[in-house]
Design a protein around this ligand. Sequence first.
Ligand SMILES: CCCCCCCCCCCCCCCC(=O)SCCNC(=O)CCNC(=O)[C@H](O)C(C)(C)COP(=O)(O)OP(=O)(O)OC[C@H]1O[C@@H](n2cnc3c(N)ncnc32)[C@H](O)[C@@H]1OP(=O)(O)O
Ligand SMILES: CCCCCCCC/C=C\CCCCCCCC(=O)OC[C@@H](O)COP(=O)(O)O
Length: 352
Amino acid sequence: MVTPEGGKGAPSSASHPPQAPSLCSHPSILAGLPTGLSLPPRAPPPCSFPKGQRGLRVPDPAGGNGLLGGHLRAILGGAMEITVAQWVLILFLIIVPLLYEWSASFKYFCKMTFYNGWILTLAVLAIPICAVRGRNVENMKILRFMLLHIKYLYGIKIEVRGWENFNIKEQYVVVSNHQSSLDLLGMMEILPGRCVPIAKRELMYAGTVGLACWLAGVIFINRKKTDDAISVMSEAAQTMIKDDVRVWVFPEGTRNHDGSMLPFKRGAFHLAVQAQVPIIPIVMSSYRDFYSKKEKKFSTGKCMVRILPRIETRGLTADDVPELTESVRRTMLSAFLEMSGEARDKDPGGGQ
Ligand SMILES: CCCCCCCCCCCCCCCC(=O)SCCNC(=O)CCNC(=O)[C@H](O)C(C)(C)COP(=O)(O)OP(=O)(O)OC[C@H]1O[C@@H](n2cnc3c(N)ncnc32)[C@H](O)[C@@H]1OP(=O)(O)O
Ligand SMILES: CCCCCCCC/C=C\CCCCCCCC(=O)OC[C@@H](O)COP(=O)(O)O
């Protein structure tokens, strides 16, 4: 195929055999040769624009004659084979990685979107596997196994201390600080057998994640209805003993991005007292060196997880709960502050 101008501009010298007016055969190259030279007749190569292809046509800037004009037309003609949609795709593939490197907020957005999207996708795989058993606390092992690799994808090193404090055969209540949905990584790193988290009811409606959680026996509470939440937790106290289940609670009751700990809700402590089982506090060090929702920062880094010694509740009653809650929080807060400094000292490169 050739532009109409290109066709008309073909040389008319008698010594040159007539060339088919095609961009592909570069007629203007022949126009640049000295007269008297004769070239053997040559069949025009097949045109690079297949019939019916949608490409833009441009007029020959050199009027269809001359070496430069022919090359330009060949180059432009080749470029024009790319459709607008392909150009958009090429620009997208160039701009997105550049933005990802240059803009910390864009990187944060991409990483969080992928985090949620990946977990929703993994849940699609987990659901049929878990569904074989039905709603069963043993399914939590499957979710754990499927989530363990995410820390590698995100370059987050997790260092665990205090494994020996988990050496208890019987049931217990785990309480841990709650900074972000990234806590899931630390949680899955150490989740003991037959242990289910208590989660806000809204998570049950989070698409595939909600169904996977339900199948794994996650206990959902309605935080807006204290009475309902209390009765679900009282039921959980009985289930713990009856079905040999451990429960994981985030006693802050919500995510806390401020690098400290919110006042604790009392449900977890009532639960432990009602079931007369020990409390095992877990502390995850601050993410501030590699993750901050406020600053839209998300890089690689290190997190320390510490399993603290158990706190007995045998013999305690509901009246002891306020003091128990405060003393556990104090212990956890002091560990949190100490560990957060330590994680920073050990990984000064965190936040690259
Ligand atoms: C491969 C694919 C994977 C897919 C993906 C998998 C992911 C698989 C992991 C998911 C992981 C999820 C992780 C979610 C994480 C969250 O959703 S965090 C949010 C949910 N958690 C919580 O809310 C924590 C638990 N909350 C509580 O314990 C709260 O106490 C309650 C029960 C909700 C009540 O809240 P509140 O009324 O705001 O607060 P509070 O002052 O504590 O209680 C009010 C009164 O009730 C009393 N009370 C509280 N509880 C009780 C009780 N049980 N008995 C008697 N009295 C009680 C209190 O003592 C208090 O009375 P006073 O002492 O003042 O007289
Ligand atoms: C069709 C519906 C699609 C819904 C999309 C939902 C996207 C969620 C997908 C994956 C999330 C994976 C992380 C699951 C664990 C997150 C636990 C969590 O962080 O829950 C929040 C809760 O602690 C406190 O919530 P608030 O801080 O009070 O708020």
